[in-house]
Write a protein that binds this ligand. Structure first.
Ligand code: ZN
Length: 319
């Protein structure tokens, strides 16, 4: 989720020499409310739970039937204002608007949502009426990222039922001055490496394609997940793929053009010999000659000095 506002400055130097003074002014917002006296537009309810589970493909029986609970990760769902938003004083506070305006003035006109963390304290059930308050928990020191220079702003929303805390939702954004975009030729986007998939990317770096395997039931899975969708077991090990596969399906991308990509090109869903499927590119074959069922073999493409990607080449052409 990246949103660049109009009039964004290309000059990271806009932050200037007043950084220390600015940091003091930003820090003064820590602890101030960012939303007050929020209330869910609807009570926690079974239809929303059902729609959510269908959209997520989550068939856990705990979320259906007379004793259903809401999936924990729906915590934020019940706080949302929908298309029309929350009316009146509910929503973000003047303090939060002031903080964002201060960052805008300092040249940090772009914003990107970086991550969210949730803690679950008590299950939500159909009929629960939730309320919420949010606080500006922290404003970071000035940081320079690949996007530009700016400040991470973390808000923490406490969701309650009556006096009981049901859970907390921490949401972090980076407000930044965009770095100049014309410095270097465009590079392939970096994969998002997190604690769930870091083993996969470490394998790729070593030219090994690792498939995650549930040690509870033996089911193989890709992409990597923290637990098994078949038996729920969180324990896993890995199996190194043989590298043999076939094109299960593909699309040819003509539009829109993305930096570092040269359309038209084929994006393929490869079925590995081990049975799992992964999205990749078929290299060495013109985009209009990629075919469903085509046998392919894995190779590793060094895209630039730091990025290695697993790609596939039609087997007849493999040397
Ligand atoms: Zn399993």
């Amino acid at each position: 989720m990246v949103h660049s506002e109009q009039g964004a400055s290309d000059d990271p130097g806009t932050l200037g020499d007043k950084g220390d003074d600015l940091e003091k002014r930003l820090k003064a917002y820590e602890g101030r409310p960012s939303a007050v006296a929020g209330a869910g537009k609807d009570p926690v309810n079974a239809p929303m739970i059902r729609h959510w589970c269908e959209a997520m493909g989550d068939t856990n029986p705990a979320y259906a039937g007379p004793d259903a609970i809401a999936p924990p990760t729906t915590l934020q769902v019940w706080t949302m204002g929908g298309l029309s938003g929350h009316s009146g004083h509910i929503g973000r506070t003047e303090a939060y608007d002031e903080l964002l305006a201060l960052l805008d003035e300092a040249g940090c006109t772009s914003v990107v949502a970086t991550d969210c963390e949730q803690d679950y304290v008590r299950a939500l059930r159909p009929g629960d009426e939730i309320t919420f308050d949010a606080v500006i928990e922290s404003v970071s020191e000035r940081k320079t990222t690949k996007l530009g220079t700016g400040y991470f702003v973390t808000t923490r929303m406490d969701v309650k039922v009556g006096e009981d805390l049901a859970g907390t939702h921490r949401f972090r954004i980076l407000k930044y001055a965009p770095a100049s975009r014309r410095e270097k030729p465009p590079r392939r986007p970096r994969p998002v490496v997190n604690r769930d998939n870091s083993g996969f990317w470490e394998g790729v770096r070593q030219h090994r394609l690792l498939i995650q395997r549930c040690t509870g039931c033996g089911t193989l899975r890709h992409p990597w997940l923290p637990g098994c969708n078949s038996c729920g077991c969180p324990a896993w090990d890995t199996l190194e793929a043989s590298g043999e596969g076939t094109v299960f399906s593909y699309v040819v991308l003509h539009h829109p053009p993305f930096p570092a990509f040269d359309p038209p090109y084929a994006v393929a869903l490869i079925e590995l010999a081990e049975g799992v499927r992964m999205i990749s590119n078929v290299v060495g074959t013109p985009h209009d000659e990629v075919r469903i069922g085509q046998p392919v073999r894995l190779e590793f493409q060094q895209c630039d000095e730091e990025l290695v990607l697993p790609v596939f080449r039609a087997r007849e052409e493999a040397s």
